[in-house]
Design a protein. Structure first.
Length: 136
């Protein structure tokens, strides 16, 4: 029975099956990179038992690692989008503040500010609906 050895659960390195030269039929499996080993102290008398123990001792972390990285990338994208929105809102706030000052001085009609605010609200509503439709 030739079972394939899984990579090392700690470093991802290749694993190798070793036999004990002094005591035949005693096997261990070790990582060729970080030298993590499993075997001699448990005296595996069959190769497939040593291989099975190596492969099952720790669940695969690579799939979980990939899932977490994917979630982090998604969060990163959302954070960058929020940062852009904050930057844009700060810009709009500065414009609104300037327009209010002009209104106080009587140089600008308040209706222009109200119209622009309505357009901005419509823009953000459309953007929110689009994000919902895309599953975000």
């Amino acid at each position: 029975m030739s079972e394939e050895l899984k990579p090392c659960p700690f470093c991802g390195g290749a694993a190798k099956l070793y036999d004990n030269q002094e005591h035949p039929y005693i096997y261990r499996v070790a990582c060729t990179d970080c030298k993590t080993a499993y075997g001699y102290s448990f005296s595996y008398s069959e190769k497939h038992t040593a291989i099975k123990t190596w492969n099952e001792r720790i669940p695969d972390w690579q799939d979980e690692h990939k899932r977490l990285i994917s979630e982090l990338e998604k969060c990163r994208g959302e954070i960058l989008e929020l940062a852009d929105q904050v930057k844009w809102l700060r810009h709009i706030w500065a414009q609104d503040k300037a327009e209010l000052e002009r209104c106080r001085d009587g140089k600008y009609a308040l209706s222009g500010l109200v119209d622009r605010s309505r357009r901005q609200a419509d823009y953000w509503r459309k953007r929110a609906k689009k994000a919902e439709a895309e599953g975000g």
